[in-house]
Write a protein that binds this ligand. Structure first.
Ligand code: MLT
Length: 338
């Protein structure tokens, strides 16, 4: 919270300073820097590769991008700060790490809000996505220009198979610094450990925490199979990961480059949805072959869902624009209202 307050205080200065810095450096720069939280082979990496290819082609080779994988340019949350100040051009990061800077984005981390890839595409590509993009420009000085569709976050741990909420007892589970996700685990009966993404592998390796949740594609790309044994195939959160551009950098570009960024982002987004469908089952099989054991949550996940929805959603109605707003979203997905 302190970090967030400091961030908001520094925003006006940062945006001005960033705009000036970006305007002077971007006039000459042909290669844009892209921070990527995850490693090679991840959905973030695949989105970045497609974006790079399209962006270069659309600018006739005049502009290029260079990706820095595995958080080399800083932790995912830190990259938002840098991009807002115009010190970094692009970042690809999980949506849960954007929420602390632009609270309404939290609608995309509400447990069980998105129940399929189709829900994720509908929300990000429709009116909700447009509004959240405007909100992140206003709140955080960054513009969302693309999305990955990375799949449901599954729970992994090194200690035991987990099927019921009672099985969670005694496990130390890492969560991102995201209030909605922290509250979800509390609703499930445990106090999770908030930890930066860049520290998570080491935290699991050293036993500071026993488990975490992330999609199959991320578990594989980050080599979590080396430090985790058990997977619970829960579907509480469909992971989407925006490609953001510093608004200062974006505004300093001529119209044709801005257009190339937007179009390349859209093409990369569409590619990401196809990529997930092609990859997920294969990756799941590879993880099993490497010795991970997959357990289904008991009773079709009923208890997990009821606890999370009943206890977490009401707490966030105001922050997310009110119950009516959530009902409009639910209706647009063809679901029952609350
Ligand atoms: C997180 O758990 O912090 C993110 O989902 C990590 C990621 O970017 O894949």
């Amino acid at each position: 919270m302190l970090f967030k307050q400091r961030f908001i205080k520094s925003m006006s200065f940062a945006l001005c300073a960033g705009a000036i810095a970006a305007a002077s450096s971007m006039a000459h720069a042909a290669t844009f820097r892209v921070a990527v939280g995850d490693g090679a082979g991840s959905a973030q990496h695949a989105l970045g590769l497609k974006f790079a290819e399209e962006f270069k082609a659309k600018t006739n080779g005049k502009h290029d991008t260079k990706m820095f994988l595995n958080g080399q340019l800083g932790d995912e949350q830190a990259t938002i700060n840098d991009a807002s100040m115009g010190l970094l051009d692009f970042s690809i990061l999980a949506i849960n790490n954007v929420t602390p800077f632009s609270p309404t984005v939290g609608v995309l981390t509400l447990p069980y809000m998105m129940q399929s890839l189709e829900d994720a595409v509908a929300l990000t590509q429709g009116d909700v996505g447009k509004e959240l993009t405007e909100n992140t420009i206003r709140d955080a000085g960054v513009r969302i220009v693309g999305w990955t569709y990375t799949g449901f976050r599954v729970l992994t741990n090194s200690k035991k198979p987990v099927e019921t909420l009672a099985d969670l007892e005694g496990l130390k589970i890492r969560v991102p610094q995201n209030e909605i996700m922290i509250d979800t685990y509390r609703a499930w009966g445990i106090n999770p450990t908030p930890m930066a993404w860049s520290e998570t592998f080491t935290g699991l390796q050293l036993g500071v925490v026993d488990g975490q949740d992330n999609p199959y594609l991320t578990v594989s790309a980050m080599k979590f199979d080396e430090v985790q044994k058990y997977i619970t195939d829960i579907r509480y959160l469909f992971s989407i990961e925006p490609l953001i551009v510093s608004e200062a950098v974006f505004q300093s570009q001529p119209a044709d480059v801005q257009q190339a960024i937007l179009e390349a982002g859209q093409t990369a987004t569409e590619h990401s949805a196809k990529w997930l469908v092609e990859q997920e089952d294969k990756i799941k099989a590879e993880l099993t072959a490497k010795g991970m054991e997959i357990t289904k949550p008991a009773n079709g996940e009923k208890e997990w869902m009821e606890k999370a929805v009943n206890q977490v959603w009401p707490k966030y109605y105001d922050q997310l624009g009110g119950k009516d707003k959530l009902n409009t979203i639910l209706k647009s997905l063809g679901r029952d209202t609350i």
